[in-house]
Each structure stands twice: as structure tokens, then as C-alpha cells.
Write a protein that binds this ligand. Structure first.
Ligand SMILES: Nc1ncnc2c1ncn2[C@@H]1O[C@H](COP(=O)(O)OP(=O)(O)O)[C@@H](O)[C@H]1O
Ligand SMILES: [Mg+2]
Length: 314
């Protein structure tokens, strides 16, 4: 599984709130720590990356987090400007208002045009070998497929000239499983699991990108074995609760109920885990990340996730 970090481009996706940003920053930090020149980019500039790395902002031009790690946020206007300058050799000085307006017009009508600015930026950096690894804190399940399929959509739209050759090298990089991969993050809850199963099917059917791994995040620890659980239930007698009430100077019911809740939650979640396992190709690596009960934030949280990832990956 360590070959995950040997790829050039990883898209981290999943349902909102499951831990995409945590996994993307954790993976990028791990890669940078192991000596790889790494770029981590958020596609939706909500500022989650800046919060994770405890910096004021993560501009399009990038901000250095450590020696090997650069963080940036996607900005399609900057990407368009860069594309015009580097690929079409059109010098863009000042505002690109009229170009942006024309682009806006085309991109609302044509599939893949807007998405290509997002995905094209990463593919261009892969082509130029600027980084050892680019980790994308990508769009959630609903939007990722149209981004990954953008070069295909464009090629179907424009079959001739520079667009054809541009989309071809992009599709080559996206479709090369040694270079590009999608990582789907999920929790063991009903909706994230259902979305993950659907998404893996769509990725296979509608894109030529490989699913490199599924990260199962926020896995609850097994607090009790079945025997211990039975023993705990027998503790739940009137005499014991009375005794505990005296000793603990409070309500022992709460403790016993908390124990039952922990068991129930884990059991419910393991049903969804079974469903996930049953519906995802067993050859796809699964990475388990435990639920973190400490409320770490910022860099401390990034480091904790990278340690947990390292234990699973290495
Ligand atoms: N393994 C974990 N254990 C506990 N909390 C987690 C874990 N992974 C993520 N979280 C928390 O869940 C919330 C959502 O995580 P985040 O990475 O921002 O998700 P996303 O980017 O998918 O919206 C954050 O508050 C984060 O700290
Ligand atoms: Mg996020």
C-alpha cells in the first residue's frame, strides 16, 4: 500500500464532513515528511487548509508550510490566466475581465470547460514534474466525477486542433494508475457508505481514473468483547446500582448506559462497514483511521492524522 505515496496526483474525495481535508492534509504532511516535494491544494477555497496549517490564507501561488510542503487554494480565474500565459502564450496583463466573461459564457454552455481549469492545473504540474506528489483536497462526491471526466468531455466536444492534443496528454496522466489515483474517504455511517458505493461505480463507469484506496475514517474502538459486554449487563442490577450510587456519589445509570451506547454504536457501524466491504472490490486497499477522542485542531491534528496514516500505509 505504500505505493499510494509513490503516485504523482491523488484526489481525495467523499461526502462532506467525513474527513477529506483531514486525510488530504495528513497524507500531504506524511509525504513531505518522508522527503517528497509535496503540494496540497484545496479545490473549494473555504479556508480549511489555512485553518489546518494555522496560516492566514493559502493563496493560489502557494504558501510554504514546511521545507517540502506547499499549500494552495484553487482559483479558476488565476488558473485561466496561467493557462493563457503558459499554454497559449497569450500575455495577460491586468484584469482578464472580457476573457473571463467570454469564458463564463462558454463554460455554462459546454461540459468540462470549467472543470478543466481545476483539474488541468494539477495535470500541468504533473506533466512538468514540479512536485513529487500533489494531494488534492477535492470536491465532494457530487462533483468529483465531472472534474475527473473533464478532459474526456472536452475531447468529445472539440475533436480537432490544439484542444484535441491538450486533452490527450491530460487523459494519459489521469488514466495512468501509477501516476494518478482517487482516494474516497468515508465514515461507517449509512449515507457516507451509500455515497461511497455509488461513487466507486461512477468513477469506474464514467472516468478512466483508478480508485487507489478507500479510507474508512472515524472508526470506533471496540471497548468490550462479547463476554465483557455480557458481564457488564449482569452488573446492571438494583443492588449494584444502589451500591454504585453510594460509592460514586451520583447516578451510575449514566455510566452503564454510556457503556451500552458505545456497544450499540459500534455494532450499528459495523453493519455499514460490512455493507461497504461487500460492495467494494476487495483488491482496493482499505485504510482504517481510528476515531480521535482528543479534540486536536490545526497542525496538531494534521500530525496526528499523518501518524495514523503512516501506521496503516507503511
Ligand atoms: N478520525 C477522526 N476522529 C475524530 N474527528 C475527526 C476525524 N477525522 C475528522 N474529524 C473531524 O470531523 C470534522 C470534519 O473533518 P474534515 O476533514 O474537515 O472533513 P471534510 O473535509 O470531509 O468536510 C472536523 O471537525 C474534523 O476534526
Ligand atoms: Mg474539507
Amino acid at each position: 500500500m505504500s505505493d499510494l505515496l509513490d503516485k504523482k496526483l491523488l484526489f481525495i474525495t467523499g461526502k462532506g464532513g467525513v474527513g477529506k481535508t483531514s486525510v488530504a492534509t495528513g497524507l500531504a504532511y506524511l509525504a513531505a515528511n518522508s522527503g517528497k516535494k509535496t503540494l496540497v491544494c484545496e479545490v473549494d477555497p473555504k479556508g480549511d487548509l489555512a485553518r489546518s496549517f494555522e496560516c492566514a490564507s493559502t493563496p493560489y501561488s502557494g504558501i510554504e508550510i514546511t521545507d517540502n510542503l506547499l499549500a494552495m487554494s484553487m482559483d479558476t480565474e488565476s488558473s485561466l490566466r496561467e493557462y493563457l500565459r503558459l499554454q497559449l502564450r497569450v500575455p495577460v496583463i491586468g484584469r482578464i475581465g472580457p476573457v473571463a466573461k467570454a469564458f463564463e459564457f462558454v463554460s455554462t454552455a459546454a461540459p468540462g470547460v470549467r472543470e478543466i481549469l481545476t483539474v488541468g492545473k494539477f495535470l500541468y504540474e504533473v506533466k512538468n514534474n514540479t512536485y513529487d506528489l500533489i494531494v488534492v483536497d477535492a470536491s465532494p462526491t457530487g462533483h468529483i466525477v465531472s472534474q475527473l471526466a473533464a478532459p474526456q468531455a472536452l475531447r468529445e466536444l472539440v475533436k480537432l486542433g490544439p484542444v484535441k492534443s491538450q486533452t490527450e496528454w491530460m487523459m494519459d496522466i489521469l488514466g495512468d494508475p501509477t501516476k494518478t489515483g482517487v482516494v474516497v474517504v468515508t465514515t461507517t455511517e449509512e449515507m457516507p457508505v451509500n455515497e461511497t458505493i455509488e461513487l466507486t461505480k461512477k468513477i469506474k463507469a464514467e472516468t478512466n481514473v483508478t480508485l487507489s484506496a478507500v479510507v474508512i475514517n472515524q472508526v470506533l474502538p471496540e471497548l468490550f468483547s462479547t463476554d465483557e459486554e455480557a458481564a457488564f449487563t449482569t452488573l446492571f442490577t438494583d443492588t449494584n446500582t444502589e451500591l454504585l450510587t453510594q460509592r460514586l456519589n451520583g447516578s451510575p445509570q449514566t455510566i452503564l448506559r454510556a457503556a451500552q451506547l458505545a456497544v450499540t454504536l459500534r455494532r450499528m457501524r459495523s453493519e455499514f462497514l460490512e455493507k461497504l466491504r461487500a460492495n467494494i472490490d476487495s483488491s482496493i486497499p482499505q485504510i482504517y483511521l481510528p476515531y480521535r477522542f482528543n479534540k486536536l485542531t490545526g497542525l496538531k491534528s494534521v500530525k496526528a492524522t499523518s501518524v495514523a496514516l503512516a501506521e496503516e500505509i507503511n
